[in-house]
Write a protein that binds this ligand. Sequence first.
Ligand SMILES: *[C@@H]1O[C@H](CO)[C@@H](O)[C@H](O)[C@H]1NC(C)=O
Ligand SMILES: *[C@@H]1O[C@H](CO)[C@@H](O)[C@H](O)[C@H]1NC(C)=O
Ligand SMILES: *[C@@H]1O[C@H](CO)[C@@H](O)[C@H](O)[C@H]1NC(C)=O
Ligand SMILES: *[C@@H]1O[C@H](CO)[C@@H](O)[C@H](O)[C@H]1NC(C)=O
Ligand SMILES: *[C@@H]1O[C@H](CO)[C@@H](O)[C@H](O)[C@H]1NC(C)=O
Ligand SMILES: *[C@@H]1O[C@H](CO)[C@@H](O)[C@H](O)[C@H]1NC(C)=O
Ligand SMILES: *[C@@H]1O[C@H](CO)[C@@H](O)[C@H](O)[C@H]1NC(C)=O
Ligand SMILES: *[C@@H]1O[C@H](CO)[C@@H](O)[C@H](O)[C@H]1NC(C)=O
Length: 367
Amino acid sequence: MIAIITAAFVHFTFISGSHFNGGTITWHPTDFNDTSNPINITITQTYSWTFGKVNCTNAMITNHSNINYGTYSTIPTDTLTCISPCNTGSSGNARGYTSTHIIPQCTDTNPIMGTTISQRTDTKLLYVNDNFTVAYQSASPYAWLPLAGSTTASAQWSIASNIDLYLRPDGYYNKPPHHQNDHQNFEPSYSAPLATMMSPLNIPKNIQQIINIPVSDANDDDLRCRWASGSTECGDACPSASLIPANTVEDFISTTSTAAMSTVPVQFLVHVVDPSTCPVNPQVIGFPVESSCTPVQAGVPYNTVIIAIDNCPSVASIAEISTLSIPGMGKGNLTQFNSTIYYRNVTWIPDSSQIGPQILCAMAVDT
Ligand SMILES: *[C@@H]1O[C@H](CO)[C@@H](O)[C@H](O)[C@H]1NC(C)=O
Ligand SMILES: *[C@@H]1O[C@H](CO)[C@@H](O)[C@H](O)[C@H]1NC(C)=O
Ligand SMILES: *[C@@H]1O[C@H](CO)[C@@H](O)[C@H](O)[C@H]1NC(C)=O
Ligand SMILES: *[C@@H]1O[C@H](CO)[C@@H](O)[C@H](O)[C@H]1NC(C)=O
Ligand SMILES: *[C@@H]1O[C@H](CO)[C@@H](O)[C@H](O)[C@H]1NC(C)=O
Ligand SMILES: *[C@@H]1O[C@H](CO)[C@@H](O)[C@H](O)[C@H]1NC(C)=O
Ligand SMILES: *[C@@H]1O[C@H](CO)[C@@H](O)[C@H](O)[C@H]1NC(C)=O
Ligand SMILES: *[C@@H]1O[C@H](CO)[C@@H](O)[C@H](O)[C@H]1NC(C)=O
């Protein structure tokens, strides 16, 4: 979801009731080669929250704690619920689906960007030919943070994902669209389980920008993005209520097909800021290098360093290296190495439930 926030630093002055910042919901067969019926399906929910309203510490990230939900006392009982069609009986559309909790584990804290990022993964035993939509929808008074252009001070949110278990014409279950930096890097039998759209994106006012939404699909299907429409897909934050509409990614069996096989939501914020006096944006380097795939072993510690380069040390310093990472991945404090180089240490002990592709994103933000 793209929403324009016109005032710089408005992140730090949000009024209460506005803690939801978007996210993504995706799913895939737990074993991609599995064609049994029923079949285990892994559902991954990734959510962004307003920092300070929903909190995590590095200790909570590394020990897989759930978010500190503060005063939002319904979060532990909020669910990802089937919204249509939802007959769970023997001839139903959503057999085997029971509402799953949404309360996620801490994955990142980005105080300068004003976000706390979190993720959870669940497995459901579901049936071939079922086709239904699940959603996480807000209940008053819980709401999106105020969006510029929105007619509603505290907009309702809705983030919905279509789970379509028709066997594909090629005999496999669909692997829905996923988002990663480089679609070349994973084995075709695997699929990235989460979106990599960082949020918010700072864009300078009065300068035309192109926003790349990284998408990939394990089946190499034709992928298309479209604006979300209707309250199921975007709550109050749809085109008529906010300046710029929300976005959704769909995959199609061929370039001529018009029926989407699955639909994955991507809701993120755009934050309009004053143009920087530095003509060259800060850069993220270090290991793993951008768009690369690094094998790591369950149970074996993985340590690395994310480095940010400040291209204009005379006018700006690096304020944050914000991340969208993986449950259990700890990040050290932002540390200045010399006048142009800043870094954060990364430590992670993958556990066996995390076997498969995982995605780490990082973004450097200058002052
Ligand atoms: C799926 O099958 C392919 C081809 O037989 C194999 O290379 C791959 O490792 C299998 N993937 C899993 C997750 O078992
Ligand atoms: C589904 O996964 C559970 C463990 O999460 C396992 O016990 C069960 O055998 C699996 N069922 C199928 C049909 O693969
Ligand atoms: C994780 O760390 C937090 C903060 O230190 C602590 O409050 C919590 O009890 C820990 N949880 C577990 C499961 O160890
Ligand atoms: C989150 O942290 C901020 C700053 O430390 C604190 O003011 C706030 O009360 C905390 N909120 C929650 C929900 O823990
Ligand atoms: C699955 O349901 C969606 C939403 O109702 C629909 O658009 C889509 O065509 C259905 N898929 C198939 C293969 O019928
Ligand atoms: C990181 O910064 C916090 C707050 O300034 C401090 O309490 C903590 O000790 C620092 N951690 C490390 C590893 O230096
Ligand atoms: C900062 O350190 C890096 C790595 O040692 C070095 O290449 C770079 O020249 C240093 N920058 C300055 C301004 O000293
Ligand atoms: C980062 O890791 C290196 C190597 O383990 C260590 O020497 C350094 O003190 C760490 N820095 C921070 C800020 O934690």
